[in-house]
Design a protein around this ligand. Structure first.
Ligand SMILES: Nc1nc2c(ncn2[C@@H]2O[C@H](COP(=O)(O)OP(=O)(O)OP(=O)(O)O)[C@@H](O)[C@H]2O)c(=O)[nH]1
Length: 580
């Protein structure tokens, strides 16, 4: 199989029809087929993006050359693959970004583990790919930093290659960058839901108004459109025609009346008709100006909308993100609709909007047809950018197996009181990987009352512990008794980690206390399996409920005994202060 990529401008039917002796193919709104279907015999199948699938049947080599020539003169990334029976040429959404990222994984082929050194070059490739995709620089910086932090902090997962591991890390960060979850449209609890659309000229507002009405009708909502673009008379006619096309009434009052007044009248009409959702199209401008903003503010005041959505053109890249920010500051918006994602957009807008503006992309336009509007799914988008669904699910499964094995191993260690500093570090890092401490604490039931200051303190403590554990020798990590027995060792760890001896002593004591507490908790669990969070919480409660002086005293004495047992060769139980 031969694969090649090249860069070019926008692939449209015009390019092909000019060069090819074939009739216009039908554009289908199908998702990317797993494998492009190759017509029988020697044939050529060509598809652009994930939405359009074009098929030609031809046996002539000159035809293939012509197709290739046309593609080379335009601007998307194309993958050319020789398959038995024909040539497959693929122009993919964000193709350039995808192939840029591919360069990064390829640099890790043959490596056994991700290290600071061997990820340096792939990180440069990722940075370059994102910048070329027109993602804003601060976003790129934060993204690359987050990836490298995770890449070097990730342990080896059995059977998973470092390049696959990096794909997974990048995927998860991409999803996070784009907002994580799908951001649903909000509907009013009573009365009609009002959606106000805003945006610059030509971004696709009028088209989106009708597309949105159709989309909502399919969800069972009864809609009405208001034609508020009084500056481009054709926009009103356009909306009326599109409204007819999707079977939605359009309120139009001509161009001689202020948009705010049209909004007021339109809303009254919608109430009369008892519609569920009113969508108002507004005028766009070539640039943001004060008159436009004031007019929009006035319309917004009259409508009191549930959603104010800024329509932005995906092809404007990071500029789209800047626009969302400006509109949000000026008029206050609830989200964005990204149009023309089927074009040669390089990905900058999709990747930057949420991170730069704090506002989610709620919907995306993927074509000129009325059906081409859909919710924005960050995970699906990341999957499309990476184009490596198989690798992702494989890594997820391997991680799951690893987690189970780790959990069993940990359980054994806890039961035999062998929980050491390696486990301690692993657990700490696992928590760190789940997100910031504040998020993790927020997820634990009953932990809501923890103050931000306490969380910051806890995060600081985790960093401090990490520094001290990293300064220990492998032997000391495995046998904390060595540190408990030797002030000299504790002194060395303190010096190497930049902490005080007292802090090191506290950490060692903490580990022994933890052993005892964990063992106690395990004893409370039924069946001896690792606790789910809720069980753990119950266990902690039942521990706390025990009358003072019984369990607690017992626990304290057990803690002391445990410490004494494990440090049996230690000269004195107060070894932490003693000289060696
Ligand atoms: N390929 C593609 N074209 C789109 C999409 N959305 C809108 N368009 C096209 O973009 C062009 C402009 O769309 P309009 O809806 O007229 O834009 P507008 O923002 O209302 O323009 P003004 O009224 O001038 O402000 C039209 O040709 C649409 O068909 C999309 O998702 N994909």
């Amino acid at each position: 199989m031969e694969a090649a990529t090249t860069s070019f401008s926008r692939v449209t039917w015009r390019h092909f029809s000019a060069a090819l002796p074939v009739s216009k193919p039908t554009l289908s709104n199908s998702k990317i087929p797993k494998k492009p279907t190759t017509p029988a015999g020697s044939s050529t199948s060509l598809w652009t993006g994930s939405t359009h699938s074009l098929s030609f049947s031809s046996t002539a080599n000159s035809f293939t050359r012509q197709v290739w020539g046309v593609i080379n003169s335009t601007n998307a990334t194309v993958r050319r693959e020789m398959l038995p029976g024909g040539l497959i040429i693929r122009a993919e959404m964000f193709g350039q970004l995808t192939s840029g990222l591919e360069t990064a994984w390829n640099k890790l082929k043959g490596e056994e583990v991700l290290t600071k050194e061997n990820i340096a070059e792939p990180m440069r490739d990722i940075r370059r790919a994102l910048l070329e995709a027109d993602v804003s620089l601060p976003v790129v910086r934060r993204f690359v930093q987050a990836i490298s932090d995770q890449a070097v902090g990730t342990g080896v997962i059995r059977g998973v290659r470092p390049d696959q591991q990096l794909v997974k890390i990048v995927n998860d960060e991409l999803v996070k960058l784009m907002g994580g979850e799908v951001s649903e449209l909000v509907f009013a609890k009573t009365g009609p839901t009002v959606i106000l659309l805003a945006g610059l000229q030509g971004v696709g507002k009028t088209t989106v108004s009708a597309k949105l009405a159709l989309y909502l009708q399919k969800l069972g909502k009864n809609c009405m459109l208001i034609a508020g673009d009084v500056y481009r008379p054709a926009a009103i006619d356009q909306l009326v025609i599109l409204g007819e096309q999707v079977g939605v009434p359009v309120y139009a009052a001509g161009t001689e009346i202020k948009p705010a007044e049209i909004a007021r009248q339109g809303l009254a009409e919608a109430r009369k008709r008892n519609v569920d959702v009113v969508i108002m199209d507004t005028a766009g401008r070539l640039q943001i100006n004060k008159t436009m903003m004031d007019e929009l503010k006035e319309v917004k005041r009259v409508l009191n909308p549930t959603e104010v959505l800024l329509v932005v053109d995906a092809m404007t890249g990071q500029e789209a993100a800047a626009l969302v920010t400006t509109f949000n500051l000026e008029i206050g918006i609830t989200g964005a609709i990204l149009t023309k994602l089927d074009g040669d957009s390089r990905g900058g807008a999709a990747l930057s909007v949420k991170e730069v503006s704090g506002k989610p992309i709620k919907l995306v336009g993927r074509g000129e047809r009325m059906e081409d509007l859909e919710p924005f799914y960050p995970d699906r988008m990341a999957g499309r950018i990476l184009g490596m669904g198989d690798v992702l699910s494989f890594v997820e499964k391997a991680q799951e197996v690893m987690r189970q094995e780790d959990a069993e191993e940990l359980q054994k260690k806890i039961m035999s009181a062998k929980f050491d500093f390696n486990d301690f570090l692993k657990q700490t890092r696992a928590v760190a990987q789940m997100g910031s401490m504040s998020r993790v604490i927020g997820m634990i039931p009953g932990m809501g009352k923890v103050t931000p200051a306490q969380i910051r303190e806890a995060e600081k403590n985790v960093k401090m512990m990490e520094a001290m554990i990293e300064a220990m020798t492998p032997e000391e990590r495995e046998k904390p008794e060595l540190l408990a027995e030797s002030p000299a060792r504790r002194k060395r760890v303190a010096q190497d980690s930049g902490k005080t001896e007292q802090q090191v002593s506290q950490l060692v004591a903490q580990l022994f206390q933890m052993r005892v507490r964990m063992k106690n908790l395990m004893g409370v669990m039924e069946g001896g399996s690792l606790p789910a969070l809720s069980n753990l919480e119950e266990a902690m409660k039942s521990e706390q409920k025990a009358p003072p002086g019984t369990a607690r005293r017992k626990r304290r004495s057990e803690s002391r005994r445990q410490f004494a047992d494990s440090a049996s060769s230690r000269p004195s139980p107060r070894g932490f202060g003693a000289k060696n």
